[in-house]
Design a protein around this ligand. Sequence first.
Ligand SMILES: Nc1ncnc2c1ncn2[C@@H]1O[C@H](COP(=O)(O)OP(=O)(O)OP(=O)(O)O)[C@@H](O)[C@H]1O
Length: 759
Amino acid sequence: MSIQGEATLRLLDKADKEIIKLSRDVKGAIYDFQHKFRKNPANPGLHFKQLKGHPRLYSARVNQEYRALLLHAGESDYILVAVKHRKDVYENLDRFAYQINPISGGIEFVDLVTIEQRVREQSIPGLGAAADQEPPVPIPDPASDDHAPGPTPVTGPVTGPAAGPEPLFAAFTAGQLLELGVAEPLLPLIAKITTEDELLGLAEYAPQLTSEVLLALHDGKSAEEVLDQVTAPVTAPEPVDADDYRAALVRPATLVTTEDTALQEILEGDFGRWRVFLHPSQRKTVERDYSGPARLSGGPGTGKTIVALHRVKCLVDKLGPGHGKAVLLTTFNKNLAVDLRRRMLELAGPEVVDRVDIVNIDSLAAKIVAEAEPGGKRRWIDDTKAILEWEELLGEAGETRWDPDFLHAEWSHVILGQAINSRADYFRARRAGRGRSINREDRAAIWQLVERYVKQLDKKELWTYRQVAERAARLEIERSRKIASYEEDQADAVKLQHDSGIWYRPRYRHIVVDEAQDLSAAHWKMLRAMVLEGPNDIFLAGDTHQRLYGNYVSLGSLGINIRGRSAKLTLSYRITHEILGAALGLLGQEEWDDLDDGRDDLTGYRSVLHGMRPALRAASTWEAELDAIVDQVREWDDVAPAAIAICVPERHMVSEVENRLGKAGIMAAAIGPEGPKLYDAVHVGTMHRFKGLEYQRMIIAGVAEGLVPSRHVAQYERSDALRHRRELQRTRSLLFVACTRARDMLVISWHGRRSRFLA
Ligand SMILES: Nc1ncnc2c1ncn2[C@@H]1O[C@H](COP(=O)(O)OP(=O)(O)OP(=O)(O)O)[C@@H](O)[C@H]1O
């Protein structure tokens, strides 16, 4: 094999975990090493040599003490799998094993001694770092000479020591575990694991698929469920050749960095794993060519936003230079659009960001309307203000048959939602799923009220966001019709000149939507009209369990046909196993839609992170609960204030918490529509404001009956059963969203009677 000329050097997933622990000097040396290696691996100063008994494993000199371990993936491609002290490399070469996983087809590397040490540290409480000093326990060499997987001789149960506690995986045979994708070299060690802590130690450095499979089995899932939910989504579609490392290198299951800068960033301590180590199921969705609109679903923290960001980058890269802002990346809330821009910059840099329109959906609609009607003076109002306008109108009219909430929902979802322009159309309108039934006479009266309401808004020069969205949708549909007719006339699909002299073409080549569950029918109509139907036209990511704005849509009926183009993510990167268990309990037995007349559920949703169980705390009064919040925040003085957030159900409670923290000398900032006013502070907000965000530690306060669900919900119990159910479901979603923002610690508190959802 020739090693002349330049080489590529990628980093294998989890190698970064050891590298970041090395001293600054060693990191500096790795920095120099990688440059030298890439330029010329044959550089004599690198002492590049093959390790005995390992045909593909090489060592190279980083400095006098440290050696890089490199796996040769064919031609001039190398993967950095570890950086270790010299003595840990040459004294026991049997500790290293690598393979192409026969199930996923991904390249895997294990250092058996390091993993065994981690397992032992976990099994002896309080041993911690001291375990590093212990002599390693010898591990029998599980694989054949060249460490290729080969046929598996072991088919009996995975049993451990004769005496002592029962090994965790005794019920599974080695053959079963291998079939699920567990790395064969780890089988002897897995056979010895008897506690959850030991398993977590193993999971930290084991290949990702092995960790996921074992944790899912430990959770009580059957081998069949794990096969279906964990293994199948990452199984290679073609037969896996155990020796073809070049083919393996490009499979989604091989978790390696792709950019040269990633290693540099790790060394500089500025490394976001999400930018590089995509889960195979994430990567598949990022890179896949879809023949039309596609949908990605998945529970909280599974990386839907991460996939959306990577996909945008991928689409821009595929487009090549030119095309202006050809890709739209949109979401529901304004503060999330700001966050998307920040993360997009981090992922792809300014050149890619310049070619993407990143804007929240209502601002986009407003822009379209403003462009068509320049000089308009109308102010936009949100749903809360719109309901106050209804209250005013009903007061003046002396109308008591319907409440402001009901009328606002009827107008927004039925009338605007179906673009109804006439009384006659309203009489014929479908009201499926709207609850309380209304007769012909009611419809006539409601139509009259709606007309008065719209006039009142006109007079005050106000618009609701829904009106703007509906107007924008109509404008875009009109525009797309013009484009289509010009296309027919001129057979020129790209640049079409309108009589006014404006160049007409579809607004975007690709549209990517995050938080898709909250967009309304008008939003979807607008988006549909903004892009030509065709490959990769619309990609949407969302989770209907997190729907907060009551927009129920059927995408098929809006011209967005996602049938046969759906993917689902199931591994949560944010939430610990303990928090996840509590959050899932909040969802109850409700049914959830899939945005398209079908059902969605969270089957297979899981986490490999572990932490503390959420704390549930009762207080006698709101005052006492506020005191407890202050105490808890004080106790969390080991993290930066911005790592902490407090979430409450009602607006007035936000300022009350903010003030109380302020009085206690703790800097606090409310989260407004555009994000928190101050970053270096404890953030406080209503549940809605936490959508899409994440914090290390969270307190969700005021989770009491009358607040969660709100006292207003009870009024529908008799009058409108469906509405009542929907409101309860929405409250469950709110609480679910709030709880799933916490990464490590979650405290849920209440005063008075605890919320029924916590029962
Ligand atoms: N492949 C990955 N590697 C490392 N971290 C990841 C990966 N994918 C996602 N994450 C991290 O997990 C967290 C959640 O990701 P993201 O916000 O994309 O999830 P989401 O599914 O959109 O969540 P939600 O629905 O709750 O808003 C983020 O901190 C993200 O950086």
